[in-house]
Design a protein around this ligand. Structure first.
Ligand code: OGA
Ligand code: NI
Length: 373
């Protein structure tokens, strides 16, 4: 629970509608207290330099043109999905120009004068396009050093006039390309689960919803006190992340002694980062892993990234495990609406349930009281 003083400081920051970028523009040389993360969440595991022992695989989709190449790509995707939950793809069909254009547009929106961005700043859950700093500002224990342009792009994109002009043409174009890649990825994952190629798209409608989160992480004067994004797993089937060359994304993997360790996701020109989200872990009955990750704050910046979350968001959509082994369902069936309420209520790194949905929605725990709306 936020103390009254903290709540006052959060409100004052939010009321500027200028985000972390506004603080940096005003010349702050110290990170304000609302952004201080507790030491235990800053040093909750050792950080390993990127090394081949823990590396995030890079999968070349050029292999898909031949049947034998396809089989080895399916094997690589399956292996990554079952272990680190993260991989990068190259030759993925999204042109370099579309990627650099997207990052440049997002950067220029964030670097417009505060007055230009202010009309888009909102916490209204009904707004399909909005700019805000920390969607969980009032829920999380500590704010993070980032601002976000958030847009629900599918099933219906926002009306064009609700999208900031800098991104109005570029974002829908970029999202269309990511959806095409998404189709390929869901085919590969379906095959990796031993199901027919169209299963996740056609039966499970994994391509039907897409949320866009364009993040802007300003250079931070005291990066050791805060984070760019707190530790979390993603509320999605699958996430496709575009990042620039600054870096800072880390994944929590078990090291050779089975101890969790933070591993850097290297930046690779032209590559896209793909990770399994909570909905797919639940639906695959734990075969595929939705792995926790975070973004460290850096003294260099800004860093710009775009996360596209594939998520069904129809309130009637039910998620249930596909059971392919003798062990039975590990999760009860739940609605996407119920999952979304859970994420909103707890914030990114929220207590008491910790990151992700797995303890709450496990088959062993009772359904929560509130009926789906
Ligand atoms: C996210 C996320 C990482 C990044 O948006 O869920 O993990 O590098 N983003 O911005
Ligand atoms: Ni994430």
């Amino acid at each position: 629970m936020a103390s009254e003083r903290r709540l006052y400081a959060l409100k004052a920051f939010d009321d500027t509608k200028a985000g972390v970028k506004g603080l940096v523009d005003a010349g702050v040389t110290a990170v304000p207290t609302i952004f201080h993360h507790p030491p235990e969440s800053l040093d909750d595991a050792p950080t390993h330099p990127h090394g081949h022992q823990f590396s995030i695989p890079v999968i070349d989709l050029a292999g898909l043109v031949t049947p034998s190449g396809r089989a080895s790509v399916v094997g690589a995707v399956k292996a990554a999905a079952e272990t680190v939950g993260f991989f990068q793809v190259v030759n993925h069909g999204v042109p370099e120009a579309a990627m650099s254009g997207m990052l440049a547009a997002l950067r220029s929106f964030n670097e417009e004068p505060a007055e230009a961005k202010r009309p888009y700043y909102s916490r209204d859950p009904g707004r399909r396009a909005k700019y805000e700093s920390n969607f969980d500002l009032f829920q999380s224990r500590a704010a993070s050093w980032r601002d976000t342009l958030f847009m629900e792009m599918a099933p219906e994109p926002p009306p064009p006039e609700e999208i900031p002009p800098a991104c109005r043409r570029v974002a829908p174009e970029y999202v269309g390309l990511v959806q095409r890649l998404g189709r390929t990825l869901f085919e590969l994952l379906s095959e990796g689960m031993g199901l027919r190629r169209g299963y996740l798209e056609e039966e499970q409608e994994c391509l039907d919803g897409l949320s866009f989160a364009g993040h802007y992480y300003p250079a931070c004067p005291e990066p050791h006190l805060t984070l760019g994004a707190a530790r979390h797993s993603d509320p999605s089937f699958l996430t496709v992340l575009l990042q620039d060359a600054v870096g800072g994304l880390q994944v929590l993997v078990d090291d050779d002694k089975n101890q969790p360790a933070w591993v850097d996701v290297p930046t690779a020109a032209g590559a896209l980062v793909v990770n399994i989200g909570d909905y797919l872990q639940l639906m695959s009955n734990d075969r595929f892993k939705s792995v926790e990750h975070r973004v460290v704050a850096k003294s260099v910046g800004p860093r710009v990234s775009v996360a596209c979350f594939f998520r069904a968001d129809a309130s009637t959509r039910v998620l249930e495990p596909i059971v392919t082994d003798a062990g039975g369902a590990r999760y009860r069936s739940t609605t996407v609406a119920e999952l979304v309420r859970h994420y909103r209520a707890k914030g990114l790194d929220g207590v008491p349930n910790g990151p992700g949905c797995f303890s709450v929605f496990s088959a062993a725990s009772a359904p929560s009281g509130s009926p789906p709306t």
